[in-house]
Design a protein around this ligand. Structure first.
Ligand SMILES: O=C(CO)COP(=O)(O)O
Length: 134
């Protein structure tokens, strides 16, 4: 599966903690991330991550483009609901595309844990059916 990891600045420590806790599961999948988040994950866990631009520079849109092409299977996006983001329209667009295409999306740690446990149990294997990979 292809999994996108994204965290706003004040949520990055939480994401590293989360990725560390679920490293055995995440290591079996292909990880993508926005720029700064991806570097933090690489430095903090050693997991390989394909990095896009930083979020404010278009990284959310690059992940959105993968979703639109049916090339992303899950998005874990630790948003900061208490800080205004200069690229808020991009954040909204990414979340919207997850809903357009029915892509599992977690925006907080509680939901992310459920998603990864579900992933491990095979609940998201439907993504592998009828693959239309570009
Ligand atoms: O801003 C972000 C998501 O909207 C995350 O971007 P960075 O991972 O580059 O900090």
């Amino acid at each position: 599966m292809k999994i996108a990891l994204i965290a706003h600045d004040r949520k990055k420590d939480d994401l590293i903690q989360f990725v560390t806790a679920y490293q055995p599961i995440l290591a079996k999948h292909t990880l993508y991330a926005t720029g700064t988040t991806g570097q933090r994950v690489i430095d903090g866990t050693g997991l390989p991550v394909i990095r896009f631009q930083s979020g404010p520079l278009g990284g959310d849109q690059q992940i959105g483009a993968m979703i639109a092409k049916n090339e992303m299977d899950m998005v874990i996006f630790f948003r900061d609901p208490l800080t205004a983001q200069p690229h808020e329209p991009d954040v909204t667009a990414l979340i919207r595309l997850c809903d357009v295409y029915g892509i599992p999306l977690a925006t907080n740690m509680g939901t992310a844990e459920v998603l990864l446990k579900g992933l491990q149990e095979g609940f998201i294997d439907w993504r592998l059916l009828g693959e239309r990979r570009g």
